[in-house]
Write a protein that binds this ligand. Sequence first.
Ligand SMILES: NC(=O)c1ccc[n+]([C@@H]2O[C@H](COP(=O)([O-])OP(=O)(O)OC[C@H]3O[C@@H](n4cnc5c(N)ncnc54)[C@H](O)[C@@H]3O)[C@@H](O)[C@H]2O)c1
Length: 401
Amino acid sequence: MTSGPEHELDVVVVGGCGHVGLPLAIAFADRGRRVGIYDINDHAVKQVGGGQLPFHEEGAQVVLDRVLEQGSLEVSSDPAIISRAEHVVVVIGTPVDEHLNPNPHAVTRSLAETLPQFHDGQMVVLRSTLYPGVTAGVERVFAEAGLSVDVAFCPERIAEGKAMVELFALPQIVSGRTAEVRERAGRLFRSLTDTIVELEPEEAELAKLFTNTWRYIKFAAANQFYVMANDHGLDFDRIRTALATDYPRAADMPGAGFAAGPCLFKDTMQLAAFTDNSFVLGHSAMLVNEGLPLYMVSQLEKKYDLATLRVGILGMAFKAESDDIRSSLSYKLKRILEFRARQVLTADPYVRVDDTLSPTEAVLAQSDIIVIGAPHAEYRDLPIEVPVVDVWNLRGGGSTI
Ligand SMILES: NC(=O)c1ccc[n+]([C@@H]2O[C@H](COP(=O)([O-])OP(=O)(O)OC[C@H]3O[C@@H](n4cnc5c(N)ncnc54)[C@H](O)[C@@H]3O)[C@@H](O)[C@H]2O)c1
């Protein structure tokens, strides 16, 4: 299929005010593409259109300022903007529900709702992390509507906070049913990155889920080793550092810590659902990673009369230097401590969406024990007078509890 009639916009990003949609949209705009954002979140649309990032993303503010100034980015909550674009990139959220079930219909339903905005000759690029088979489902939606639209699946693989570097540095996996579709999607992404890797859609869907699940399982292995060592009074981080010294085969062993956030856990659960919940390794990883906060509290109870003590948690985001609290295990830790400790105080210099947070100094002044929840760099050398639980060994004082 050719690219059809002239379009006012090269790309519209559906879900373009989100954590991965926004960096992608401004990256395309900064590389000379005429870009539109369509998002159902009115507030975020106003923020982005007014030059404000709805969340922290390193290096993104300067690019947003530049593309708005150049007039190469348009932001809208009106789906009609879709009809003006040659390429429509879909990067809406695809979370699992409270019972850990994926929603295989999220992307197809959102496209079905905006179907009147599409016309022959457009290219739809799916970029959300998809439950396997969703690309084929989207192809069916357009075929049944009689629309001749190219459908590609090109998964996003950046890590939050590094998008403005990784969008240009990481290879892009591009998948589509035909060589022409893959070539067309490849042309779009070559404006960002040099290396394009081609797959069939079903292979690419699994490639993305395998990538995140692999990482999640590695974190679980490290956390399980941590528990093993700690149960014997040994410091996992000291052992890990020693075994990896000048030994490349073990250099990728991660440290212990909260493996959380909006992607790794839910994508492991998507894969579990795909294998009819017989994914023993994935479920075990989930139990280990999600079990770490409770293990930490149980260890503290062995050492202290926790019910009489105030515990402060420093770092509520799901990872260092982030303001994103989605699926953060610091909140799981907080909830457990609320049952077991006298009082729980929390702080995070990045997080803006939790009005129960206190300033770091207040938490330090009032707490009998401090737990590092997210290893923000500014906690590394912070003077702390009371005992510190630091499974990350951020402060170099050891990781044992
Ligand atoms: N966050 C990450 O680090 C990361 C990395 C790689 C891939 N992903 C994947 O990217 C996808 C998006 O994740 P995210 O973290 O950016 O989510 P997000 O919730 O931050 O962003 C999603 C955006 O889509 C908008 N939206 C929701 N439904 C919509 C609809 N029907 N039409 C238009 N806009 C709609 C929301 O308002 C929001 O702004 C997910 O599939 C996720 O797994 C995320």
